[in-house]
Design a protein around this ligand. Structure first.
Ligand code: ADP
Length: 380
């Protein structure tokens, strides 16, 4: 049965019940009250005639009895008529109210149902007009919010597919080019050629690895095992790992640690991965002769430890400070591609830090002014 009919029947039920209660009440209570009232009037009249029972008074009493009965019957008749009229009026009112409420309730619900079917069919731009301020309005607004979230997810999915295919295309085209060149004899079969092919294959491998990491991070499936440990040991481990590469590229790496141990709650491997990513980027985007400083300190509010990687490299423009944490975002795509970056590292770093209850951010005075990347982790 449709909601419209259910509502209508519920009104009719209420009207019917009200009429029944009214009919029962008047059938039992009203005649008694009415008769009492008439009796009182008759007694008063009797006393007015001769002050004592019997004689002409008795005759008057019988006449009054008849009038009583007649009045009672006509009272019941008019009551039944009034109840019938009231019932008809209430029935009509039920039809009117049902029509009005159906418009207010059933129509928006039907619109909601149609819109969800459209969304299920892939039309994510479907939205409903924000009509009222009641629960139905709230339902409509929730529906629109859900539709917007779905549209955003779909857009991100499409963007991800486009980005991934674009990223795969470049190294694959390079490998294919070298192979064709080798076959046609245009490219000499020498070590350098094979190294280039290997370089492109390694890029593909790195990209696939990063994508796996990204999908795990975005699905909140990073295998994190936070334990209490000294933050300084972590910073030293990451710095020591990359020290040879800093030396190779003639970039000075300084590590500044707090005088007292800072015990943080963190997953050692994943946090080291974040530090390696930030230090690796600093190495990547700082010219030879530059300086990089890794420091650890208690955060300003005293509840967290703050790791900071500061370089005097190419720097970042204001708009890029937040965008660099979006997946596949690279400020200078061609340059990043040469150095092998896919723009996923900082996205994964953000997920790792946030999953451990910290936050990560970038700061820079502008292009050419160096950059600072920092993140916090809760103290144990
Ligand atoms: P990638 O693998 O390309 O380095 P990331 O996610 O680690 O990806 O970084 C995203 C982009 O942020 C980089 O392509 C680069 O443009 C910019 N970036 C990251 N670190 C630095 C830095 N220290 N200095 C200047 N730009 C940076």
């Amino acid at each position: 049965m449709s909601l419209r009919w259910k509502l209508f029947l519920s009104y009719l039920l209420v009207v019917g019940l009200a009429l029944l209660v009214l009919a029962v009440a008047t059938a039992f209570v009203a005649p008694v009250t009415f008769a009492d009232h008439l009796d009182m009037m008759g007694m008063r009249q009797n006393r007015g005639q001769n002050g004592s029972p019997g004689g002409p008074g008795m005759m008057m009493g019988a006449a009054i009895e008849d009038i009583n009965a007649e009045l009672n019957a006509s009272f019941r008749q008019s009551l039944a008529g009034a109840l019938l009229l009231a019932g008809a009026a209430a029935g009509l009112a039920a039809v009117g109210v049902n029509w009005l409420l159906s418009r207010r309730i059933v129509r928006p619900l039907a619109a909601l149902s149609t819109a969800s079917q459209h969304i299920a069919a892939g039309h994510y731009d479907e939205r409903l007009p924000d009509a009222s301020n009641d629960e139905l309005g709230e339902l409509t607004r929730s529906f629109n919010r859900m539709a917007a979230a779905l549209a955003e997810t779909e857009a991100m999915r499409q963007q991800l597919l486009a980005d991934v295919s674009h990223e795969l295309k470049t190294p694959l085209a390079a490998i294919q080019g070298y192979m064709e060149g080798l076959q046609d004899g245009i490219v000499p079969p020498e070590t350098e050629t094979y190294q280039r092919v290997q370089h492109e294959a390694a890029r593909l491998q790195r990209l696939v690895h990063d994508l796996q990491e990204l999908s795990r991070a975005e699905a909140a499936q990073l295998d994190l095992h936070p334990v209490s440990q000294d933050g300084s040991a972590l910073a030293v481990a990451a710095a020591d790992w990359l020290r040879p590469q800093f030396a190779d590229q003639d970039i000075t790496l300084a590590v500044v640690l707090p005088p007292e141990p800072l015990t943080i709650l963190a997953d050692f491997d994943r946090t080291r991965q974040v530090l390696l990513n930030l230090l690796g980027n600093a190495l990547q985007y700082t010219p030879a002769g530059g300086h990089v400083r890794l420091s650890l300190a208690r955060d300003d509010d005293g509840t967290a430890a703050r790791f900071t990687v500061q370089d005097d490299g190419i720097g970042l423009a204001g708009d890029d400070l937040t965008r660099v944490f979006q997946r596949f975002y690279r400020v200078d795509k061609s340059r990043a591609r040469v150095v092998g970056g896919s723009g996923i590292g900082l996205t994964i770093a953000r997920h790792i830090v946030e999953a451990q209850g910290g936050r990560i951010w970038a700061a820079s005075d502008g292009p050419g002014q160096g950059s600072t990347f920092a993140f916090t982790l809760p103290l144990a």
